[in-house]
Design a protein around this ligand. Structure first.
Ligand code: CP
Length: 322
């Protein structure tokens, strides 16, 4: 079987394939009846060792809309609290004969570890500071739809400049998005306070900035990220007020971008810190709720494609491209 542990493991054509596969689910999700039996009889386990609203619920909804049996394991209520190791937890889930396991974990590498211990496809729903691949895929799908609505749609993002601003150091969303956006032809600028910018982002093709105004200059998309205070240890943590002053996306700052630039945020948002409410809620510019909508379709596509081998359906796992 094949896992989805990171955008870094995908070829450009595989990213485009997953985006194309998601379109049928965007359509289904807009119908009054959203159910199909594609994954009937399959069992999907969502094992979340960290909190989540969007990712957990959208994976659950995705599995159910595809007709699978979906069960959620919340680490806080599990035997992890009694000292069970990650490997023993993985072996336990495997013994229950899940057909796909979706993992969110606070430690980078935990998803790969679990993937190496189980017999079914594993989907990374966010692992530490490493990757959040379905977030980058849903961001790409939301961006593509927003551009199509403006008559600017194309298969990829060649010529587009995307500024990602926030706590880049701790952000798995930033990492997956840099890889995904660049694979699709976009130029990516990364902006953060010096203490929250990882070293060597130039090596992966991104342009680093500490000055937010300069980073926004002429950008087509401003993607804002929150400060992940739960992952900070020893770094300088700016106060919310100070951070907003230097790095908050205000209506005035948005004017520095290209005309009609789009605003994105993976959520959860801290309104008034990294983004002002009036910007987050701009109907003609903000695609934040569209990102959430696309999250269900992308997760349906990933669950469908990754379980094709087990279901005997040609697709990604067999190297056969539709
Ligand atoms: N964007 C995202 O991963 O949100 P959740 O933490 O709510 O899942």
């Amino acid at each position: 079987h094949r896992d989805l542990t990171g955008i870094g493991h995908l070829e450009r054509h595989e990213i485009l394939f997953l985006l194309a596969e998601a379109e049928q689910w965007v359509e289904l999700n807009r119908q009054p009846s959203k159910h199909c039996d594609e994954l009937a009889g399959l069992t999907i386990i969502n094992a979340f060792f960290e909190n989540s609203t969007r990712t957990l619920l959208s994976f659950e909804i995705a599995g159910k809309r595809l007709g699978a049996d979906v069960v959620n394991m919340h680490a806080a209520q599990s035997s992890v609290k009694k000292g069970e190791t990650l490997i023993d937890t993985a072996i336990t889930l495997n013994a229950m004969r899940a057909d796909a396991i979706v993992i969110r974990h606070g430690s980078s590498g935990a998803v790969d570890l679990i993937a190496s211990k189980v017999d079914c496809p594993v989907l990374n729903a966010g692992d530490g500071q490493h990757e959040h691949p379905t977030q980058a895929l849903l961001d790409a799908l939301a961006l593509r739809h927003a551009l199509e609505d403006r008559g600017e749609g194309s298969e990829d993002f060649t010529g587009l400049t995307v500024t990602i601003c926030g706590d880049i150091l701790h952000s798995r969303v930033a990492r997956s998005n840099v890889l995904c956006l660049q694979a699709l032809g976009a130029s990516v600028r990364l902006c953060a306070p010096p203490a929250l910018m990882p070293a060597g982002v130039e090596a992966i093709g991104a342009q680093p900035f500490h000055d937010f105004d300069a980073a926004l200059d002429g950008a087509d998309v401003a993607m804002m990220l929150r400060l992940q205070s739960e992952r900070m240890s020893g770094q300088f943590i700016p106060s919310a007020r100070e951070y907003h002053h230097l790095y908050g996306l205000t209506r005035e700052r948005l004017e520095r971008c290209a005309p009609d630039a789009l605003v994105m945020h993976p959520g959860p948002m801290n309104r008034g810190v990294e983004i002002d409410s009036e910007v987050a809620d701009m109907l003609d510019r903000s695609i934040i709720t569209r990102q959430v909508e696309m999250g269900v379709a992308i997760r349906m596509a990933c669950l469908d494609v990754l379980t094709r081998k087990a279901r005997g359906v040609p697709g990604w796992n067999d190297g056969q491209w539709v």
